[in-house]
Ligand binder design. Structure first.
Ligand SMILES: *Cc1c(COP(=O)(O)O)cnc(C)c1O
Ligand code: SF4
Length: 359
């Protein structure tokens, strides 16, 4: 991919997104049957897009490239052989207030836009994102703001995907300032994939000044593979951290991309090294469009158990899944407490040894 002189300008990256099957076809050398058919059919149901930057990380030749698998549509997405789906976001349909999901008493989730710089093939919200691309208006923001203002049990506002950092600085600063001005809002969290797929967003001096002024804003991002951690990413993360804001990461466990303890170990180590705390490892939910990326819960637990003991505790995320119908997230944990006999507890440690702990 040619790196133009505007390569480091995030607005240029957004304006020059690759959004058509032709654009994808002209980059990759040997597209598979599944990909070619996906470019004809799947794109009608689920949009495609990538930034030139993220596309440039993909291997032109290798269909197993983990970047390529996250951006090139396949026929497998819409041909899932009658599997059963649940949709953890289904409750959104019954939102009382558009673009606001208030599931847990103390935190509310807002979406400012349906647009993302990249449409991830594994996206759990793929029925919603990008169809069409739009940003909420001041009129739509008003009821969200009023609701949060009058519900004082809400301590945290989570601004999530579509990607809030596609908003212009002006709009983004305005909405975040309004939310931060509410007395009972103690925490603002921004869920954004831009550090991964558009790190140039954090070369923007005005954004960095804003982040510094309103620190702490918890930035939660979404790296899935060590290949995503580039020089550009290191710069972006360093810039965010200089503004005094914590950066956390959510990974989705994806078949054929990162369902392997060696890959995850490398990913979490690299994240820790650049100052990003692995927060969640999400099990891939049975949602229409992503079922071909799923592992079983047993496989997931096996991979997760391998990380314990091999990796610093700081690099350990919580493995979790999202229950259907908005019933919340539950952590998945290998069984370490095997049994209790009298006052003796039998534990399995990270080496697989059974150790007795006596009260
Ligand atoms: C995931 C989620 C949250 C945040 O959950 P945490 O466990 O605090 O990260 C909040 N609201 C909704 C609707 C969610 O899906
Ligand atoms: S950035 Fe997030 S919300 Fe947007 S397509 Fe990717 S996974 Fe979905």
């Amino acid at each position: 991919m040619e790196k133009s002189q505007n390569w480091n300008d995030w607005r240029w990256q957004l304006r020059n997104r690759i959004r058509t099957p032709e654009g994808i076809k002209s980059y990759f050398k040997n597209l598979t049957e599944d990909e070619l058919k996906g470019l004809e059919t799947t794109v009608r149901e689920f949009p495609i897009a990538t930034t030139p930057y993220y596309l440039s990380l993909a291997d032109r030749e290798d269909p197993n490239c983990p970047i390529r698998k996250q951006i090139v549509p396949t026929y497998s997405e819409i041909n899932p052989n009658k599997q059963v789906y649940c949709d953890p976001n289904a409750l959104n349909e019954e939102e009382e207030i558009a673009h606001l999901t208030h599931r847990y008493p103390d935190r509310a989730l807002i979406t400012f836009t349906t647009m993302c710089p990249v449409y991830c093939r594994h996206c759990m919200r793929k029925r919603k994102v990008g169809k069409p691309e739009r940003v909420i208006s001041e009129e739509e923001f008003k009821p969200i703001y009023d609701y949060i203002k009058k519900n004082s049990q809400i301590r945290e506002v989570l601004i999530s995907g579509g990607d809030p950092l596609v908003l212009s600085n002006e709009k983004l600063f305005h909405y975040v300032e309004k939310l931060k001005s509410i007395d009972h809002i103690e925490v603002v969290r921004i869920g954004t994939r831009t550090p991964v797929i558009l790190p140039q967003r954090f070369y923007d001096e005005d954004l960095l000044k804003f982040l510094e002024k309103y620190s702490p804003i918890w930035i939660v991002t979404h790296f899935n593979h060590p290949k995503e951690i580039t020089k550009e990413v290191e710069t972006a993360i360093r810039n965010i951290r200089k503004t005094g804001n914590p950066v956390l990461n959510q990974t989705v466990l994806l078949k054929g991309i990162n369902d392997n303890p060696t890959i995850l170990e490398e990913l979490f180590r690299k994240l820790l090294k650049i100052g990003v705390k692995p927060y969640y490892l999400f099990h891939c939910d049975p949602i229409y469009g992503v079922v071909h990326f799923r592992t079983s819960i047993e496989e997931g637990l096996k991979i997760y158990a391998r990380l314990r003991g091999r990796l610093s505790g700081l690099a350990q995320p919580i493995y979790a899944l999202d229950l259907p119908e908005g019933k919340g997230k539950v952590p998945l944990c290998p069984q370490y407490l095997l049994k209790k006999v009298g006052n003796r507890y039998y534990f399995r440690n990270y080496l697989g040894e059974v150790i007795v702990y006596e009260l």
